[in-house]
Write a protein that binds this ligand. Structure first.
Ligand code: CUA
Length: 318
């Protein structure tokens, strides 16, 4: 029992029992209805069971209790009771689902979320910003996420803020919520989508409004002009196959990997697997599959020197 409860820490990074948005509070409300219904049912069932075990226990010389067959009232009751319980759970659940996939509240920030094998693309159509794996949102402002899938089915899930909602190719799913507290919230893909599913992480950084404006302004600027070692790294980058998959505005225009225009401003690389440092980036570039088995980014057979040069360049793209 104690060991079991020890597994239920409330404040772990991906706890769905910690609510930091209106949607997460609504989900917790549904949990509460289910938990209390289950507790009341358990009390009734175990109470009756205890009573029957005592009342009708075997006693020496006692006659067998009276046998009952075909009791219509009882049979109707235990058919209706579970249906009522399901109804009590279904009504608020469906209400929350419909309320959080509807139209945008006035003043909403809209973001297109695209799930790729195995990373997340975030496009802010109203702001002209594209980034990957780290979603910045301003605190207190409703957000409407448009969920799209270019390849297979994924599922968007950031437990303290909301989800899970599937990202399905050819469908347009939506999810709306309002983040309530600034901070960094971890999430991950919640639908098995292939080899690196477990490593398809994301984080949502909920900023104070002025921090968010600063972040947007920085993302909208053209990439920094590299100098010194970073400039040499850009030359290496430009002659490699990297340019076929990745966009760096004004440098390359690939569309099937994450946009790297402001890669250096991200906290992590490889969809949240490693802290974004030049050392980690160098080992990632030399052998992506060793860091993230199954990854679609090929091993280009870079020399240590070339990998280091490209890492220096990419890290400079703040
Ligand atoms: Cu994407 Cu699992």
């Amino acid at each position: 029992m104690i060991l079991g409860l020890a597994g239920c820490a409330l404040d772990t990074p991906q706890s769905s029992l910690v609510a930091r948005s209106d949607l997460a509070h609504a989900i917790l409300g549904v949990y509460a209805i289910i938990a209390w219904s289950a507790a009341i049912i358990a009390l009734v069932v175990f109470g009756l069971l205890g009573f029957i075990l005592v009342r009708y226990r075997d006693r020496p010389g006692a006659p067998a209790p009276r046998q009952t067959r075909g009791h219509s009232l009882l049979e109707i009751s235990w058919t209706i009771a579970p249906a009522l319980v399901l109804l009590i759970i279904a009504v608020p659940t469906i209400q929350v689902i419909f309320r959080t996939q509807g139209r945008a509240a006035p003043g909403s920030l809209e973001v297109v979320v695209r799930g790729w094998q195995w990373w997340w693309e975030f496009q802010y159509p109203g702001l002209g910003v594209v980034t990957a794996n780290e979603l910045h949102l301003p605190v207190g402002r409703p957000v409407l996420l448009h969920l799209e899938g270019p390849d297979v089915i994924h599922s968007f899930w950031v437990p303290p803020l909301g989800g899970k909602r599937d990202v399905v190719p050819g469908r347009h799913n939506r999810i709306t919520f309002t983040p309530e507290t600034p901070g960094e919230y971890l999430g991950q893909c919640a639908e098995f989508c292939g080899a690196a599913h477990a490593n398809m992480r994301l984080r949502v950084i909920v900023d104070r409004p002025d921090d968010f404006e600063r972040w947007v302004a920085a993302q909208k600027t053209p990439p920094v002009e590299p100098a010194g070692d970073a400039a040499a790294g850009q030359t290496v980058y430009a002659r490699l196959a990297c340019v076929g998959c990745h966009t760096i505005r004004g440098v390359s225009a690939g569309l099937i990997g994450p946009d790297l225009t402001h890669f250096g401003s991200r906290r992590t690389l490889a969809a949240g697997l490693l802290p974004n440092t030049p050392e980690h980036l160098t080992s990632w570039l030399r052998n992506p599959d060793a860091v993230k088995p199954g990854v679609k980014m090929p091993n280009l057979g870079l020399s240590e020197a070339d990998a280091r040069a490209v890492a220096t360049y990419l890290s400079s793209l703040k």
